[in-house]
Design a protein around this ligand. Structure first.
Ligand code: SAH
Length: 357
């Protein structure tokens, strides 16, 4: 068992089985052993690769998305640019490089990176040191500037802890992580049903609830409703809420058992975009999409951007740009172009953002 697995086993011995939400929170965010807290998980050497790490085109197009909105919202003198879970800082680096020549934009920007991991904060600091823009960090979303805000989140919501409930004898029981007789971690169901959950479903049905993500979405939406602005949420997930579970764990680019190596595997779920959109609207925002990443990036001109890069490219770069274009927009069932969705949110006074037509 991993050191964190041993800690969790001791915790369960003392307190009894814990919720999946608590398990995921520890596996990903435990200050000493949590997955994100101790390492750089990204890239070929790591456990998974994200769109900004695949190609600079991704961040550049999002940079132009931001600049276009700033111009059309009347070039406010101060604009807060917030990224949630910036990983290595690559997306923000590409956003800032692509918008360098937009007169007045960088002077208006106040950039905040919301990152819980000290290791990743340090990598972000190095990545962005030469960007020419001052960047500050926040551990959570509680103290964002009281300014019109552009919000970016790529593969952030999938990393937030969820709860599972399973239907048994016409009641919902929470799924818990307990200890197997042989000492390993195992799933079970709480004996007591959750009477507050009123949804009807056949026995055996699983319900996945991302209450932490919903809370963050509600707070961010309230912030934009109050101070103005817009946001882009990009992640793998579904456009319509549905029963079923999507919990997955990844280590070195392969799926593993989510209970096997807490602290050493990335544990995520698919994002329920219908739910997130609903929450944003409940706070008074307008939404765009969700649409597919392929549709969004095509709408922003990724094909034209690739053609531009190919003009000055050598043979190796040509191969790289062509492969990245396919990978980011591929529309097979598991391709990033269709698996990934993009949700836009905005204050009612904002113009409609690019990429959703
Ligand atoms: N956006 C990046 C990285 C995605 S990985 C990219 O696309 O490459 C998820 C990121 O979210 C990591 O930076 C991780 O440390 C951060 N993160 C996960 N849960 C978090 C939380 N609860 N609060 C703040 N940051 C979190």
């Amino acid at each position: 068992m991993t050191p964190l697995g041993q800690d969790i086993a001791r915790l369960i011995t003392l307190e009894g089985p814990i919720s999946l939400e608590r398990y995921m929170g520890l596996a990903l965010g435990d200050p000493r052993y949590g997955y994100y807290m101790t390492r750089d998980p990204l890239g070929a050497q790591g456990d998974f690769t994200t769109s900004p790490e695949i190609s600079q085109m991704f961040g550049e197009l999002i940079g132009l998305w931001c600049a276009d909105l700033w111009l059309r919202m009347g070039q406010p003198e101060k604009l807060s640019l917030v990224e949630l879970g910036p990983g290595r800082g690559t997306l923000m680096q590409d956003v800032l490089r692509a918008t360098k020549n937009v007169i007045g934009l960088h002077r208006a920007l106040s950039v905040k990176l919301v990152e819980m991991s000290p290791v990743l904060r340090e990598i972000q600091r190095q990545t962005l040191a030469s960007s020419g823009v001052a960047v500050e960090w926040r551990e959570d979303i509680s103290a964002l500037p009281e300014l019109p805000t552009l919000l970016l989140a790529n593969e952030f919501f999938d990393a937030l802890p969820v709860r599972h409930y399973q239907r048994m004898h016409q009641h919902w029981h929470q799924r818990l992580v307990g200890l197997h007789q042989e000492g390993r971690l195992t799933f079970g169901l709480a004996a007591e049903p959750e009477h507050a959950l009123k949804l009807e479903a056949p026995d055996g049905t699983v319900l996945e609830l991302g209450l932490i993500g919903e809370r963050i979405m509600a707070d961010l939406s309230a912030h934009i409703a109050r101070f103005g602005g817009a946001g882009l949420i990009i992640d793998y997930g579904h456009t319509q809420s549905a029963f079923g579970e999507t919990l997955q764990a990844m280590k070195q680019h392969a799926f593993v058992d989510p209970l096997e190596a807490p602290g050493e595997a990335d544990i995520t779920t698919h994002v329920d975009f219908e739910r997130l959109g609903h929450i944003a609207r409940a706070q008074g925002l307008e939404i765009s999409g969700p649409t597919t990443q392929a549709h969004f990036l095509s709408g922003l001109g990724i094909v034209e951007r690739a053609a531009r890069l190919l003009k000055d490219a050598d043979a190796a770069q040509t191969k790289e740009v062509e492969a990245a274009l396919i990978r980011l927009t591929e529309q097979t069932p598991t391709g990033m172009g269709s698996l990934f969705k993009v949700l836009g949110l905005r204050h009612v006074d904002m113009p409609e953002p690019a990429g959703f037509k």
